[in-house]
Design a protein around this ligand. Structure first.
Ligand code: SF4
Ligand code: SF4
Length: 362
């Protein structure tokens, strides 16, 4: 396993970490989580990424079964999504208990993404609570996880308050811009190098595009988990990628990407990029750039449910239907204004997909 310094923190992290959202995907029991995390540590993984939001502390508790006895072997990265200072401070205390530790290595404000959210959290007392917890010795390093626009991400990085940033980056879903007809990755050109320059540790979530990459049966393009992960960690600005895993077999496959002897050449990377471009024209990357919808339709969520329905087995189809019924605003609210389509970097025909969702689910 290769290890890298996490920005200026001095922590040495395994290039492949373990993300815990994959456990929810397979509805892993705490015993199963414990088994997989133990195996990950045995294989040299040393960073565990989780969040209070995953089961309101339950995922942290499952991981805490391991950290209780193997604390020194792991670097814990967790975060709170709560937006009031009191609740945020409370979740830090709960995370400490859940994870059976006296100090958390990295604590983040979770999913600081929507316009104005960063400024609000910096001034409404939430950031103050995070700093307070750091001064009190409850957390070592602080950070943010975000899907924000490139402009907001630069603000977060440049403010100089954070040690670690967690962003989404993979072969198919990155922030992009078309300049003179050329597809430019803002993530690669600007955001990641800026974070590196400013000394922030960079951890990557969704290295498989939210679990879809390499598993899209619609596409004849097959990219292996090792290739997808190697692509991410081949970027020198990336310190670690934390894929979600649902089984020991998945974990063991992913961990192979951390072998420094397996290399991707420039040609390999170029070929993977070309393959990824051939991903279907209907394929939603769940990036959320199309939001907000003028009618408040949760577009990425509906796109995901549509995909689950079309590709999933019977159980998944039923779950997608049920989840759709629970949505407050449904696809039938679409007025076909197409404002979302102007914002979608993949030029998806969103209004047409809303009609399809309406036909299938309503
Ligand atoms: S086209 Fe439909 S989904 Fe898109 S912004 Fe307009 S109302 Fe929302
Ligand atoms: S429809 Fe387009 S912009 Fe919206 S989430 Fe999907 S890929 Fe992203």
């Amino acid at each position: 396993m290769e290890y890298r310094l996490l920005g200026n923190t001095g922590l040495r992290v395994s290039v492949i970490g373990i993300g815990s959202l994959g456990f929810s995907r397979v509805r892993a029991t705490p015993e199963k989580v414990e088994k997989i995390v133990n195996r990950a540590l045995d294989l040299g993984v040393n960073i565990i990424d989780t969040a209070y939001a995953y089961g309101e502390g339950e995922m942290e508790k499952a991981i805490g079964r391991v950290t209780k006895s193997r604390r020194k072997e792991c670097i814990i990265l967790t975060r709170s999504h709560l937006r009031s200072p009191e609740e945020f401070a409370q979740t830090i205390n709960e995370s400490l208990q859940n994870l059976n530790t006296e100090i958390i290595d990295i604590y983040q404000m979770h999913d600081v993404t929507r316009p104005g959210q960063f400024e609000r959290l910096m001034s409404n007392g939430v950031f103050h609570e995070l700093k307070k917890a750091q001064k009190a010795g409850k957390v070592k390093f602080i950070g943010i996880s975000t899907h924000a626009s490139p402009e907001d991400m630069k603000k977060i990085i440049n403010c100089g308050e954070f040690d670690v940033i967690t962003v989404s980056y993979n072969l198919i879903n990155y922030q992009r811009q078309t300049i003179d007809g050329e597809d430019i990755s803002i993530t690669e050109r600007e955001t990641l190098p800026l974070a590196k320059k400013r000394g922030l540790g960079v951890t990557i979530m969704k290295p498989f595009g939210g679990g879809i990459l390499a598993k899209n049966p619609l596409s004849e393009v097959k990219i292996s988990p090792i290739q997808a992960l190697k692509f991410v960690i081949s970027n020198p600005c990336v310190d670690t990628a934390t894929p979600g895993v649902g089984s020991i077999a998945e974990l063991e496959e992913d961990v192979k990407a951390g072998d420094p002897h397996i290399l991707l050449s420039r040609e390999d990377i170029a070929r993977l990029r070309e393959d990824a471009k051939r991903w279907g024209p209907d394929f939603c990357r769940n990036c959320g750039y199309c939001l907000p919808c003028s009618e408040d339709i949760p577009i990425p969520q509906i796109m995901r449910l549509l995909m689950d329905y079309k590709l999933g087995e019977k159980g998944k189809k039923n779950r997608a239907k049920k989840a759709y019924i629970d949505l407050k605003v449904k696809a039938s609210a679409c007025t076909e204004c197409k404002k979302c389509e102007e914002k979608c970097p993949y030029h998806l025909s969103i209004s047409r997909k809303m009609k399809e969702a309406q036909r299938i689910f309503e």
